[in-house]
Ligand binder design. Structure first.
Ligand code: UDP
Length: 236
């Protein structure tokens, strides 16, 4: 089930549905690729056809950000719930822990993925983390080999966007991994090195407001949300 905004697909599945699909993908040995979609990426894809094709190549485009929900509402679509990259990661770790599947954390500065691993195991004691690797290893062959030798079912790639998405598409075929997700700065947050917005901001879906207060220069990026909605409205 997908909706399209300015030519970019977005899945309308809930966490529950995605969780089940991903488990089926692993059990049936299908490779799938999860990408988080927000208005910023959709706008960027308007000027970059390669990026648009890349985003549409993913198996599941999750609606990360309230802007995509508003756009769906404008189009009388069915996306009712945000599915954020970091919560998707946590959901997949829970699913992996419950079903004996393993995860690999690739990306972020040296030491960060290791700290994120410890935090994830605190939260999901049955989770099997097959391996971790920082995102500054230059030897691509070593990266591929380490991931393959780990035997992981799910690979989280934290190299920043869209680099991580290009990396996934370029290497999917060489990797014996079933599920790929680009997770941006998630390891920095899970490790505790970067703070996430307080729970109240998360609950009301206004993490952007918290980020605007704590990092006012973000206004330059956030000002693009009304522009995005206007374009979606015009495109109807
Ligand atoms: N990063 C990396 N290798 C690089 C460049 C970046 O592992 O060569 C990591 C960086 O340490 C950070 C993440 O990629 O953990 C990028 O996070 P950011 O929040 O910038 O990504 P976004 O979610 O905005 O795409």
């Amino acid at each position: 089930m997908k909706e399209q905004f300015l030519g970019v697909d977005v899945s309308s599945h809930s966490y529950e549905r995605l969780k089940q699909n991903v488990l089926d993908d692993i059990n049936e040995k299908r490779q799938s690729f999860i990408v988080a979609i927000n208005p910023e990426k959709i706008l960027k894809a308007q000027e970059d056809q390669d990026l648009k094709a890349l985003l549409n190549k993913a198996t599941y485009q999750i609606p990360d950000g309230v802007g995509v929900l508003l756009a769906s509402k404008l189009n009388k679509g069915g996306i009712k719930e945000r599915v954020t990259g970091i919560d998707m990661l946590l959901t997949l770790c829970e699913q992996a822990a419950d079903n004996g599947k393993s995860v690999f954390l690739y990306g972020a500065k040296p030491g960060v993925a290791e700290e994120a691993k410890d935090k994830l195991i605190e939260q999901y004691p049955n989770l099997h983390v097959a391996g971790v690797l920082d995102g500054y290893e230059k030897d691509e062959q070593k990266v591929i080999q380490t991931i393959n030798e780990s035997g992981a079912d799910i690979l989280f790639v934290a190299l920043g966007s869209p680099r991580q998405e290009y990396w996934i598409v370029d290497h999917m075929k060489e990797l014996n991994v079933s599920i790929f997700q680009g997770v941006g700065g998630s390891f920095d947050v899970i490790s505790g090195r970067v703070k996430r917005a307080p729970a109240l901001f998360q609950r009301f879906g206004v993490e952007w407001l918290y980020r605007l207060i704590s990092e006012p220069w973000r206004i330059k990026r956030q000002i693009r949300l009304p522009l995005f909605l206007l374009k979606v409205w015009r495109d109807k």
